[in-house]
Design a binder for this molecule. Structure first.
Ligand SMILES: [Zn+2]
Ligand SMILES: [Zn+2]
Length: 207
């Protein structure tokens, strides 16, 4: 891959946060800082990453819980798909209100659309809109990696029983929207272990 990937489980229900760092420069991004901002910030400092962007696969609280602290420290823009934009600012929509304490962030700086590109150093990730788990769920694809959020897990897919969920949509997303993703691509999901796209196509019962 053109960048290194450091993954952590963060927050109350063990969401995967990923720090990406370009191999040829110090530039990088953070995907889904769902909690434990101090741990994430310490790793950024350890690796001397110049973070350019906080990119979110979707707006559920377990993926956004550390956004406020990270944004304050790093002073970088936050990007989320337009259809999940109001989940950042609404504790009911991001489901945190049903877990005890409503988590609400500032509005996003960048509203993503399908086909947008995210660049850092010489690396480029394409935004693939993959609705189904939420309306604005996305995957980030590039450099031999797919960051699949709660759309695709190793051996499974994300829940579709939330208010914004749709089983038809998530099946269309993984079978059709992700058809451009090559078999050799390493899959980094929003929960659980990493996988490989070809293995998922072969053995994941939802394909
Ligand atoms: Zn989710
Ligand atoms: Zn999640």
């Amino acid at each position: 891959m053109e960048f290194s990937v450091t993954g952590f489980e963060v927050g109350p229900i063990a969401a995967n946060c990923y720090i990406l760092k370009d191999n040829n420069s110090r530039e990088g991004i953070v995907i889904d800082p769902g909690g434990n901002p101090d741990t994430i910030l310490a790793s950024i400092k350890d690796q001397d990453v110049e973070v350019k962007l906080i990119a979110l696969t979707h707006g559920h609280f377990d993926h956004i819980g550390g956004v406020k602290e990270l944004k304050k420290s790093l002073k970088v823009p936050v990007a989320i798909h337009a259809a999940d934009g109001d989940m950042l600012t609404d504790g009911k929509k991001n489901l945190s209100a049903f877990m005890g304490v409503a988590k609400e962030m500032d509005a996003a700086d960048i509203l993503l659309q399908d086909g947008d590109n995210i660049s850092f150093g010489s690396c480029n990730l394409q935004v693939i809109a993959t609705p189904g788990h939420t309306k604005g769920g996305v995957c980030f694809y590039g450099g031999g990696a797919l960051f699949s959020g709660d759309t695709l897990f190793a051996g499974s897919i994300g829940r579709t029983d939330f208010p914004d969920g749709s089983l038809d949509d998530i099946l269309d997303s993984i079978r059709n929207k992700l058809s451009k993703v090559s078999d050799a691509t390493k899959v980094f999901p929003g929960h659980g272990p990493a996988s490989v796209m070809g293995v998922e196509r072969e053995s994941n019962p939802f394909f």
